[in-house]
Design a protein around this ligand. Sequence first.
Ligand code: ADP
Length: 202
Amino acid sequence: MRLILLGPPGAGKGTQAARLRDGYGICQLSTGDMLRAAVAAGTPIGLKAKDIMERGDLVPDEVVVGIISERIDQPDCANGFILDGFPRTVAQAEALDRLLLEKGLALEAVIELSVDEAILIERIEKRARESADGPRADDNADALRKRVEVYRAQTEPLIAYYEELGLLRRVDGMADIDTVWSEIVDVLGSAPGRQTAAGGRA
Ligand code: ADP
């Protein structure tokens, strides 16, 4: 199963992506997490991404496309993947289309978590206050505003992009975590834990 999770910052993509990974035995590719790991490890990509991420801007398309392209080929993704935080621009979506075409792979669905913006800003501020490791460098008011702005300008157009391809499935992201999860399972139309394809879970 090959999926994309789409939605603004704080929509709960990371939480649902982890459930999809565990439930369907696919790999979770969260570009935000991968970039934060690169920053923490001080790799060349991390050094490039650090300041950009802290102000809430997007790192260059070729950087994230490169990261994703490499990861998709790893054995743990043989059964499929869930992309969380990627693609974030139309250029990234087009690059992903080309990449999948080259690899002979196809997307099954793009799940949009729709949320109320005022409430999601509250959620992120709460996450920043409650985080055990201290707030993320970009969970402050300025960077947050920027992230929401960038989402609207650059990422939201992907909803129409995938709608046109017949791949978009909309889920109400305002419900509680379990309800959002069961709605996702519903729109996918296949129960978790029942994959029997090679490498899958019987
Ligand atoms: P959010 O909760 O804002 O969606 P993420 O963890 O997905 O946070 O991403 C954090 C930051 O990492 C982004 O603001 C951006 O700087 C960078 N980033 C993550 N994914 C991408 C991407 N696909 N393209 C460009 N930048 C990205």
